[in-house]
Design a protein around this ligand. Structure first.
Ligand code: NAD
Length: 549
């Protein structure tokens, strides 16, 4: 039901149905003549739009087309995206979203989400008050310092929270009006961007130190006051701030960092299903990470937690995880290591290159989270194939141009024996007559379901045990058919089922651990289903007058 009429209704993307307004609605709501006469079903609208979308010449053009559809008709946008998720996910998120951020000024016409800038210090509360929906449950916030593997994009980073929240809705049915994308514009150290005439953000260097900390604290306090039930997801912050903010806030508010914890969960899920192919259980694996940042350390920590859960001593579990960073193998004798790397600094002679590290450690899996393309060289892959029948190769750096190796390189470099997964999508590869389907270790398997579970239970905290449970649930949903073609993740077309299953487990943990603020429903799976948004038009006349479809 709405008080809006006529053009105001057509201009409201959350209420607009375009040609699908019924005769009765057109009559009652002053729409007659403002729309072409034929009333279409939603199915017909999708069928009309899809060819236009597919005819766009580049992914970025498709992205812009989708954004403009979202600007006009949110329900139709989600109907289209949900029905064609596998095709549209790479357009809506990585890799295309990275380019969209780089060309943010060109792609986004209509402002979306909230910008809170360094100039708002002292009045962040007032900025949050301007948001028109009160019952926000999921906030994704970035300060734009490390957008995907692309670096500091300042306020242009807004494309990331927007895209991520679209995935919460598309993949798990978190209702769009419960979602709020936020960019903290604290300046940018990307001088080229800062000086460009098209740049939309503050033209000043990044805030650092006490001023940055004070703005973040003011922001988080204001969020708690205005949206007390919201989960705050940190996204694409620089390495140092990401770890510090997570450590400080994780036990104080309902928050998580997807780059650290979501990545960890999807990777752990991949390792668990890979072990079904290799026959080597997780606790017996040695892992070698290229990159010891948010993703790498996050994965290491969750893998260790899982090994400990399986009965291993903490120090033994840590010794199974090795890291190579930009200065070589992380070893005890190094004096340049920040706190988060020190727990993985083992006794070992200094080693400079990844190849030497592989030769010395003989890992069962190499996990690329360095943002450095082509670092899984043919020699590295050949060494992995020498030491293991089914070497696990995960080239997780995004976007595609940053992947440590391509799918073809991974299969060709290991005589077709690699169990391969990547961060950005790769097409199936036929090598020596056999077709391999690369898995995509996409965080979208995890965070939407975790968010939905947190919302259903009204969880006050997001815990590592929730991410471990999400990983196990994900791995359990990989079928024998998936494994037969080498795929260690389920098809993206099943993602809403995956999210539903993860949400149940996450909510269950919240209830069991006393973290839930909502009453426990008698039938949790049904409650999760009922909470999932479906992109169907609702009557604006107070009764159902819609034809099905
Ligand atoms: P980060 O900046 O926190 O860490 C990067 C790490 O790589 C640092 O430890 C750095 O020392 C190391 N590094 C840089 N150059 C190197 C080199 N030449 N050799 C070895 N190590 C080197 O970034 P992050 O958040 O950890 O993300 C890293 C990459 O992982 C990004 O490309 C990101 O897109 C990708 N990522 C993928 C997924 C996914 O696929 N699910 C999720 C999160 C992040």
């Amino acid at each position: 039901m709405t008080t809006k009429r006529g053009a105001a209704l057509l201009n409201d993307p959350e209420l607009n149905k375009g040609t699908a307004f019924t005769e009765a609605e057109r009559e009652a709501l002053g729409l007659r003549g403002l729309l072409p006469p034929r009333v279409m079903t939603q199915d017909e609208q999708v069928a009309r739009i899809l060819p236009g979308l597919r005819a766009r010449p580049t992914p970025l053009d498709q992205y812009a087309y989708l954004v403009s559809l979202h600007d006009r008709n949110v329900t139709l946008f989600y109907r289209l995206v949900i029905e064609h998720l596998e095709e549209l996910m790479p357009v809506l998120y990585t890799p295309t979203v990275g380019q969209a951020c780089e060309e943010f000024g060109r792609v986004f016409r209509r402002s979306r989400g909230l910008y809170i800038s360094a100039e708002d210090a002292g009045r962040v509360r007032d900025v949050l008050a301007n948001w028109s929906h009160d019952d926000v449950r999921m906030i994704v916030v970035t300060d734009g310092e490390r957008i995907l593997g692309l670096g500091d994009l300042g306020a242009n980073g807004m494309g990331i929270p927007i895209g991520k929240l679209m995935l919460y809705t598309a993949c798990a049915g978190v209702s769009p009006e419960r979602c709020l994308p936020i960019t903290l514009d604290v300046g940018t150290d990307n001088t080229l961007l800062r000086e460009s005439t098209a740049y939309i953000g503050l033209r000043q260097p990044r805030l650092r130190g006490a001023a940055y900390d004070a703005l973040l604290t003011e922001f988080i306090d204001a969020v708690q006051e205005r949206f007390p039930m919201a989960c705050l997801q940190f996204e694409d912050f620089g390495n140092h701030n990401a770890f510090t903010l997570l450590e400080h806030w994780r036990d104080r508010i309902c928050t998580f960092n997807d780059d650290i914890q979501g990545t960890a969960s999807v990777t752990l899920g991949g390792l668990l299903s890979a072990s079904r192919l290799t026959g080597i259980p997780l606790r017996d694996m040695r892992l070698l990470f290229l990159g010891a940042g948010e993703a790498g350390i996050g994965i290491g920590d969750l893998v260790v937690e899982e090994m400990v859960e399986e009965g291993m001593a903490l120090e033994d579990a840590r010794r199974r995880c090795w890291f190579v960073d930009s200065r070589g193998l992380v070893v005890r004798s190094r004096t340049d290591l920040p706190a988060h790397k020190q727990r993985y600094a083992h006794e070992h002679a200094p080693v400079q290159s990844l190849l030497e590290a592989v030769d010395s450690i003989r890992p069962h899996a190499i996990i690329g989270v360095s943002g450095q393309p082509s670092t899984f060289t043919p020699s590295v892959l050949a060494a992995m194939a020498r030491y293991h029948e089914r070497p696990i190769i995960m080239a997780l750096s995004n976007p595609t141009s940053k992947a440590e190796c391509t799918a073809r390189e991974a299969y060709a470099g290991t005589e077709g024996r690699a169990v391969f997964a990547s961060g950005s999508p790769f097409a199936p590869v036929t090598y020596k007559g056999r077709t391999h389907v690369p898995g995509q270790g996409n965080n979208a398997y995890i965070f939407p379901g975790v968010g939905l579970g947190v919302i259903v239970a009204g969880a006050s905290r997001v815990t590592d045990s929730m991410f471990a449970a999400a990983a196990r649930t994900l791995a359990a949903m990989v079928s024998e058919d998936d494994l037969a073609v080498g795929r260690i993740y389920p098809s993206l077309s099943h993602i809403r089922r995956v999210s539903h299953a993860i949400a149940i487990e996450v909510a269950r943990i919240a209830y069991d651990q006393g973290l839930a603020r909502h009453e426990r429903p008698a039938d949790l799976p049904a409650a999760v289903s009922a909470a999932m948004y479906e992109p169907v038009y609702r009557s604006l006349l107070g009764h159902t007058d819609h034809p099905a479809g």
